[in-house]
Design a protein around this ligand. Structure first.
Ligand SMILES: Cc1cc2nc3c(=O)[nH]c(=O)nc-3n(C[C@H](O)[C@H](O)[C@H](O)COP(=O)(O)OP(=O)(O)OC[C@H]3O[C@@H](n4cnc5c(N)ncnc54)[C@H](O)[C@@H]3O)c2cc1C
Length: 480
């Protein structure tokens, strides 16, 4: 079949204006914040589940692989199209269809932005708890595919704990429903299997999520430490007191200075590290636990402990945390984020390894991460125009991934495996483990037409992991 014929048939499904096929327009879709780039053959922007289904059916008939694309913030190459493949982007499917205040659920289309949902339901005294640091930009469809976490997932659990039902289009366009609005659903938990499947099982076209009531009281602490070691001890001490804060985030010295250069979040620039700790609940409960948190911080060497009780103060502290990755642009034009998980008690040890890797490969590394979950994010900062530096960053990242696993951790806390971590899968899974995963994928997508080439190390009919040269300045598109 001629290329134009296929594009015309896509246009017949979604309308002429909603198929992007011009190479310059497609540049926007070649990247998801990782180091890999891949230009899709076309991007389709459907307006409904029916259009998604018909697009998939056509692509299936023509043997064209398909990748869903939310906001392209995934950082692991997950949303990149395989050669000859098309992307389905959900920019137009961004409606909040229903908020059921009595049953505390919301039903939405996959292109709804995480923060837009949360802001909307707050008007009804509720919240959507999973709050990735990219929540201003990332979509609920992407969150489902990656089982996204976020600062408040320490207490409330990641995306999978908040998804009740999914309407899904399979690779050949067949529509299925997984889960249901009731708390318990008989049969296999296919909803649970789908969440975190990185777009390889199907395309989510409608999502029903659980909402939580807004807490009566919220209190945020900024623990200021002279060095990162004492801040790590404080993490263990807080959890060791039997406290599960709503959030427990670490920001190191380099990140503090980067943040303060672009916005005044109130972080002291001479600190070695700060911890952002949030407590939520009934007033009496928060008041009692606050005292324990404060004593844990003082006991482990905090130089100062600040408490924010007013919304504005709290928002300012969180603004620093949530804009940190963008602030790294003040240090270097490129970043490569390592997403690993380690036992909380190993945080100091692994952060020492991060410093060693920084020195060995000559790459600056900043650390901002979900400390309560042991989910590290060493962020390698470099100028990709320097010959060989991207390869050095990748080699350093590989050494860190291996170290995380060696100390009892794992590969990805939240960004998924995608392209960038698939070669590390044998570090944590046996051949038999991977075979079961593959058979599960085959039950949903036997022709492997959805997001092929991702997750499995030997599923490389479409890709090789080759870091792409960085484009000239002004074209990096890196900042989120
Ligand atoms: C600055 C920054 C901070 C971040 N912080 C966090 C964080 O705190 N926690 C966290 O978990 N992640 C974080 N991330 C990573 C990223 O934002 C999340 O993984 C997010 O869930 C991706 O959403 P997206 O809409 O951008 O998805 P995309 O990047 O567009 O896609 C991600 C995957 O989802 C698939 N997909 C998209 N839509 C659908 C759909 N409707 N059906 C099926 N599959 C689909 C794609 O095919 C791809 O495999 C951060 C990223 C950045 C840049």
């Amino acid at each position: 079949m001629q290329r134009q014929g296929f594009i015309d048939r896509l246009k017949a499904i979604v309308g002429d204006d909603y198929v992007i096929a011009h190479p310059e327009d497609l540049l926007v879709y070649e990247y998801d914040g990782s180091v890999d780039r891949a230009m899709p053959r076309a991007v389709v922007l459907p307006a409904s589940a029916g259009e998604v289904s018909r697009t998939l059916a056509l692509a299936y008939q023509e043997g064209v692989p398909v990748v869903g694309r939310g906001s392209g913030t995934g950082l692991s190459g997950g949303a990149l199209a395989p050669p000859g493949g098309i992307q389905i982007a959900f920019t137009r499917m961004n409606r909040i269809l229903e908020v059921d205040t009595e049953n505390r659920t919301a039903t939405i289309e996959p292109g709804v932005i995480n923060l837009d949902l949360d802001n909307h339901v707050r008007k009804f005294g509720m919240r959507y708890a999973p709050d990735p640091s990219s929540q201003k930009a990332c979509s609920l469809g992407g969150n489902i595919a990656e089982n996204a976490g976020g600062p408040h997932c320490l207490a409330y659990g990641a995306t999978t704990n908040h998804v009740l039902a999914l309407e899904v289009a399979l690779e050949d366009g067949t529509m299925v429903n997984l889960g249901g609005p009731a708390r318990e659903v008989p049969g296999y938990d296919l909803r649970g299997v789908f969440v975190g499947s990185e777009g390889t099982f199907g395309i989510a076209t409608q999502i029903t999520v659980r909402l939580l009531p807004l807490p009566e009281t919220v209190k945020t602490f900024l623990g200021i430490f002279p060095d990162i070691e004492s801040a790590c001890s404080a993490v263990s001490a807080v959890i060791g007191h039997g406290i599960v804060p709503a959030a427990l985030e670490m920001i190191d010295a380099l990140s503090i200075r980067a943040v303060q250069q672009v916005t005044d979040a109130g972080y002291p620039e001479d600190a070695g590290a700060v911890l952002l700790i949030e407590l939520e609940g009934l007033w009496e409960e928060v008041d009692e636990v606050s005292r324990e948190v404060e004593s844990a911080l003082w006991e482990t060497g905090a130089g100062e402990v600040r408490v924010a009780e007013e919304d504005r103060e709290r928002e300012r502290l969180w603004l620093g945390r949530k804009t940190a990755f963008g602030a790294f642009g003040a240090i270097a034009p490129n970043y490569y984020l390592v997403d690993g998980v380690v036992p909380r008690t190993r945080l100091s040890q692994v952060l020492r390894k991060v410093s060693e890797v920084s020195e060995k490969y000559g790459i600056i590394i900043a650390n901002v991460f979900h400390a309560g979950d042991g989910n590290l994010h060493p962020c390698m900062l470099f100028d990709g125009r320097e010959p060989g530096v991207t390869e050095r960053a990748m080699a350093g990242a590989a050494e860190l991934m291996e170290y995380c696993v060696a100390v009892g951790g794992t590969l990805s806390g939240e960004h998924g495996i995608g392209l960038e971590k698939k070669q590390f899968m044998p570090l944590v899974f046996t051949d038999a483990d991977l075979a079961v995963m593959r058979r599960t994928r085959d039950a949903f997508a036997p022709a492997n037409r959805l997001n092929p080439g991702k997750i499995f190390p030997d599923d490389d009919g479409f890709y090789q992991i080759v870091p792409q040269p960085t484009p000239p300045p002004g074209d990096t598109g890196m900042y989120v």
